[in-house]
Write a protein that binds this ligand. Structure first.
Ligand SMILES: [Zn+2]
Length: 411
């Protein structure tokens, strides 16, 4: 097999050759030359067992930076057990960040592995980059100090968390946590520094928590605070600051609902049902690390929770107080916008079809404007406290008996 980087003829292409020849890993080489891994690898390179005796205890106890880093990756939920190992996975697009992690995590005995796996279920050979340590060795190093030690530097742990799992959407920072306790620590410690988060009901783990910076100013303040740290980590700043193309992504949702239009002069005043089609459109820059504007899975999860669960197989008029009077497509769009904007600050348009021939488009306020002005007054007429306070009500209050008589005579 010929190495396409140096031209040498080799019996087997592996990381041993490639790292010396071009400093690329085999997976990167495969991507650069758009070759299937299956073609590059020999059978004896696939599904190899990692040997625990190749790992050894580091000579000294971990530094403060290493402790802060380990806490950050623990918060992120990325650190996980596999057989007798604990591992931190890394994406091939962010190999340098994983190697940056390694320079500190080596103090706990972590080593880098690129492992090639074949699974019958997928019929594909995949490559996995990971930092690994035998779990027993990690525990020895974590527990090395018997006396209580103060927690590691919060900002470093937070910067590590942001670098690994932070997502910027329209200027707001989103952080997923698999565990409540980590999210609480981050919220409390951040608030002490004047930075506020909002907890959103759209975590990607069953018991997880999703936090979003409350306002744009919180994101700016937070990123300023950890800027120097993020700059140290390879490929992290570009993720948040690099100019990339802006794209609009759209998710189509379908729900079946009944409704009627109060005081409508024609047949829409009758209770009737239909199939609604909603397009949720989000516009933002492409995240250079994920290659996406927003994860379609997240978009679907949010839309299902905030729209489908509320309206599907329900009567729109009774599903939300704001729609009791008028459940028109226009009112529904304004209402749905307010349900989604907290979760999707990049929301640019809703397109709602009541039938294939009748639809409306709506571009509502940005999250920042929505936070300033609150819910649209259009939706609030019947739920507003001012309802019934007009002096004209006295005109009918004084004639209550008359109303009752009329009621009796017509009923
Ligand atoms: Zn070569």
């Amino acid at each position: 097999m010929q190495c396409l980087e140096c031209g040498d003829e080799l019996s087997k292409l592996d990381n041993n050759h490639l790292l010396h020849c071009c400093s690329l890993t085999l997976h990167e080489y495969a991507l650069r030359h758009h070759l299937p891994l299956d073609l590059l690898l020999d059978r004896d390179q696939i599904n190899c067992e990692d040997r625990i005796d190749e790992y050894s205890s580091p000579p000294s106890q971990p530094s403060e930076r290493a402790r802060a880093l380990l806490r950050g990756v623990k918060w992120s939920g990325l650190l996980r057990p596999e057989n007798e190992f604990t591992l931190l996975p890394g994406e091939v697009r962010r190999l340098d960040l994983l190697l940056w992690d390694l320079q500190w995590l080596a103090e706990y005995g972590f080593q880098f592995r690129q492992e090639y796996r074949y699974a019958d279920a997928t019929h594909r050979v995949t490559s996995l980059n990971r930092l690994k340590v035998p779990t027993t060795l990690l525990q020895q190093n974590v527990d090395v100090r018997l006396s209580p030690v103060p927690p590691p530097d919060f900002l470093w742990s937070l910067a590590v968390l942001i670098a690994h799992v932070g997502e910027l959407q329209a200027g707001y920072l989103f952080l997923q946590f698999p565990q409540q306790t980590a999210a609480e620590t981050v919220m409390v410690e951040s608030e002490q520094r004047g930075i506020h988060f909002k907890q959103l009901d759209a975590a990607d783990h069953t018991d997880g928590v999703l936090l979003r910076t409350l306002r744009l100013s919180d994101t700016r303040q937070l990123l300023e605070l950890v800027k120097g740290m993020l700059n140290e980590m390879p490929g992290v700043s570009e993720r948040f600051y690099q100019n990339t193309p802006e794209v609009t992504v759209s998710k189509e949702l379908v729900f079946d609902s009944a409704h009627f239009i109060t005081d409508h002069p024609a047949k829409c005043s009758n209770l009737h049902g239909g199939r609604y089609l909603l397009h949720v459109k989000v516009r933002d820059r492409i995240d250079p690390v994920t290659g996406c504007v927003v994860d379609y899975g997240y978009l679907k999860r949010v839309a299902t929770k905030q729209v489908i669960e509320k309206f599907d197989h329900h009567n729109l008029n009774y599903a939300a107080a704001e729609l009791a009077w008028r459940s028109s497509t226009e009112m529904l769009c304004v209402f749905v916008w307010e349900q989604l904007i907290d979760y999707l600050p990049g929301l640019v348009e809703l397109e709602l079809y009541e039938t294939t021939q009748s639809w409306c488009n709506y571009a509502g306020p940005s999250l920042e404007t929505f936070q300033e002005r609150g819910s649209d007054r259009l939706l609030g007429h019947f739920v507003d406290e001012s309802l019934g306070r007009s002096p004209y009500r006295n005109l009918i209050k004084q004639k209550l008996t008359t109303l009752e008589v009329i009621g009796k005579s017509t009923g």
